[in-house]
Design a protein around this ligand. Structure first.
Ligand SMILES: [Zn+2]
Length: 373
């Protein structure tokens, strides 16, 4: 009897175990559809029709797929929040950044065969075309709408030039690496150095603008601020001698809301930054290199703000690009779909401001040369 009872108990235990296991499987499996629907809800704002996105990849790296990189899942709810709160417009406080991706470690560097003379050139990893209709904002310090960079991708931006020796040094470093950047020149500087401005354009970089005289627009009346913006646009366009990009960066990254609206009406993209190198506080090139590389390591990718106007940055440029290559980073070039349209009255104004409109536009560097110091 005992044996029979024990056998019966075993059978019952086995039955309960098997049934329990099936139930458990169901319990684990059941939430899956819920989780999926949750995920699709969270990513719904990211699936805004592709036609409304200002970014289109023109030359994707071979290893990448679709037109728009999928945003990190972890930041999708932030995007939803950003759109709800501000319809993609400015944040007055620094918002939470996208989490540094778990797979932030960039790929191993590969030799670049398409850059003559430099097998270790950075090159351009990806070209994206930017449709600036409506004035999209870029740079997570202020704008959260367009998280288009993949881990390890970098957009190089240089402000406040053109300036003798310094801008040409940055151009030489970029040329050595067959890579492309965005420049945000100051209007006055462009008028003083049209020759250097033309070199920037000739090298195929994107040239936006950064006001006429680099004043803090938040301290000016709206009309004065618009004058500063438009004189800067006209000056850079004149100095460049050809079409320039509908890209703008506010001095000191101060973004008065009414001017954000204005740039939207002008169909000019606004560039903040993903992180500031603070190179203008640095005297030694090594500091600039370390600052940029440390922040890139922290965030994993980003639009980098530097200054071709700064001595330390100009001196660091070549080594910094070597550092980026060695770190496996890829440069993304943001190519404008259209060029900016200047306003005729400001085109006239900047030439009047020159006092002598017929003055030679030979670059200062070819007119004046230091022969003793
Ligand atoms: Zn500046």
């Amino acid at each position: 009897m005992r044996l029979i009872a024990a056998a019966c108990t075993l059978v019952i235990v086995a039955f309960v175990a098997v049934f329990g296991a099936i139930l458990h499987e169901r319990t684990i499996a059941d939430p899956a559809p819920v989780a999926q629907s949750g995920a699709s809800t969270a990513s719904a704002p990211a699936s805004v029709p592709a036609a409304t996105s200002p970014i289109t990849t023109l030359a994707p790296a071979a290893s990448r797929g679709g037109l728009m990189p999928e945003p990190q899942q972890a930041v999708a709810p932030q995007h939803a929040l950003a759109r709800q709160q501000s319809a993609g417009q400015i944040f007055t406080q620094a918002p939470a950044r996208p989490a540094a991706p778990a797979a932030a470690a960039p790929p191993a560097p590969t030799a670049n065969a398409s850059c003559p003379g430099n097998p270790n050139a950075l090159g351009v990893g990806r070209v994206v075309e930017v449709d600036t209709t409506g004035g999209p904002g870029f740079g997570f310090e202020h704008f959260k709408s367009h998280d288009f960079l993949q881990p390890g991708e970098v957009v190089l931006t240089f402000d406040d030039g053109p300036w003798p020796r310094r801008t040409p040094a940055v151009l030489a470093a970029l040329a050595e690496h067959c890579t492309k950047a965005i420049f945000f020149p100051v209007g006055k500087h462009a008028m003083w150095e049209p020759g250097i401005m033309k070199q920037v354009v000739a090298a195929g970089h994107a040239v936006g603008s950064h006001t006429w005289s680099h004043i803090d627009l938040s301290k000016k009346s709206t009309q004065e601020a618009k004058d500063e913006i438009e004189k800067g646009v006209s000056a850079v366009r004149w100095a460049a001698g050809g079409p320039t990009a509908p890209y703008f960066r506010f001095p000191a990254l101060k973004h008065p809301p009414e001017l954000i609206t204005y740039m939207g009406q002008r169909n000019v993209a606004i560039f903040s930054t993903d992180f500031d190198s603070f190179d203008f506080k640095m005297r030694k090139p090594e500091q600039v290199r370390q600052a940029v590389m440390a922040k890139l390591k922290k965030f994993g990718k980003g639009i980098v703000l530097m200054h071709d106007f700064q001595q330390a940055t100009a001196a660091a440029a070549s080594d910094l690009l070597n550092d980026l290559k060695a770190g496996g980073y890829k440069v993304v070039f943001m190519k404008p779909k259209d060029s900016i349209k200047t306003i005729a009255s400001y085109d006239e104004l900047i030439l009047k401001d020159q006092k002598l409109p017929t003055v030679s536009d030979r670059p200062t560097t070819s007119v004046l040369r230091t022969i003793s110091e």
